[in-house]
Design a protein around this ligand. Structure first.
Ligand code: SF4
Ligand code: SF4
Length: 302
């Protein structure tokens, strides 16, 4: 059983990012998300439970893992060899895999371990007006740990940007998380509630409520971001609805996130199957179409 009050479950930490907020940033990818968007480009961050990734390219077929497994949970006749129903995540196969073809997805960090990891980069933050960016997955999905970590980050004068899907419990968020946040990148995906449920797994009511509550609070800079997912969010109806909605709220600045198709192989490596197979980048025609809806807005520079 994971005790996520005491430890954070972190999939990755990426240093020297110039794309995830102002200045030079260290991006912390939290594991687990309340949404299940079928195009999620970080599928390894979707689930809060433990997972093992397998790389057939790194595997030399020595079979040491299946011989050592006490649960008989490895079968190489399957595309993804771990039988999840049998695996107890004891880690023996990972320890015995010489080529690192098998790996745990993510690691557990205490507040001190995570703080020590990011404080190494503090001189870069200070020289570039940078800081940390909480990404994922959804960082607020691990709220007890996040609260403790942010208290320490703020007492060390670290600028904090939160990238969020917006699906969190408002009261604890406003009380325990928001006081430590400097900037919010708030994702807005599908305007229609039924389509949101179909493609993201949950209603968007809570997301709308949290978005307007954050704007009304005027306590933090909020940048709405719309991911451009072919046919799903990137269709005239959806873009038109978001543009009108944001204009009515008096929003002047937004960010549009172009679709990146380079995530497909990550899905197979953790034993999941692709639910969205679009494999092309946006083209010039898409860009003209998108600009038509958002000509009244400026684009991100905060
Ligand atoms: S983690 Fe343990 S139980 Fe799971 S496949 Fe590896 S050795 Fe077997
Ligand atoms: S131990 Fe590693 S390299 Fe050997 S069969 Fe298992 S996954 Fe492949």
């Amino acid at each position: 059983m994971l005790d996520l009050g005491k430890k954070g479950f972190i999939t990755d930490i990426k240093r020297n990012s110039l794309d995830d907020g102002p200045g030079i940033r260290t991006v912390i990818f939290f594991k687990g998300c309340p949404l299940s968007c079928i195009w999620c480009q970080n599928p390894e961050c979707m689930q809060l439970n433990q997972e093992i990734s397998y790389s057939s390219e790194d595997c030399i077929n020595c079979n040491e893992c299946s011989e050592i497994c006490p649960e008989d949970a490895i079968n190489f006749s399957l595309n993804y060899p771990i039988i999840i129903e049998k695996c107890t995540y004891c880690g023996k196969c990972i320890m015995h895999c010489k080529t690192k073809a098998l790996k745990f997805v993510g690691s557990f960090y205490t507040v001190k371990e995570l703080l020590d990891t990011i404080l190494i980069d503090k001189p870069f933050f200070e020289n570039s007006n940078g800081g940390i960016t909480l990404s994922g997955g959804e960082a607020t999905y691990q709220m007890p740990f996040l609260h403790l970590f942010l208290k320490q980050a703020k007492s060390n004068n670290i600028h904090v940007c939160l990238e969020t899907c917006g699906f969190f419990n408002k009261e604890p968020f406003f009380e325990r998380i928001l006081p430590f946040i400097d900037l919010v990148y708030f994702d807005l995906k599908i305007f229609d509630e039924k389509l949101h449920m179909k493609y993201c797994g949950v209603s968007n009511k809570k997301i709308f409520e949290n978005f307007t509550a954050l704007l009304d609070s005027k306590s933090v800079k909020v940048l709405p971001r719309i991911p451009l997912i072919p046919k799903i969010t990137l269709n005239d109806n959806n873009l038109n609805q978001w543009a009108n909605y944001l204009e009515d709220l008096g929003i002047k600045k937004i960010e549009l996130l172009p679709y990146n198709p380079l995530w497909h192989s990550k899905v197979n490596s953790i034993g999941k199957s692709l639910q969205f197979t679009h494999s092309e980048w946006l083209d010039a025609h898409d860009k003209v179409r998108i600009n038509k809806f958002f000509s009244a807005f400026e684009f991100r520079d905060i």
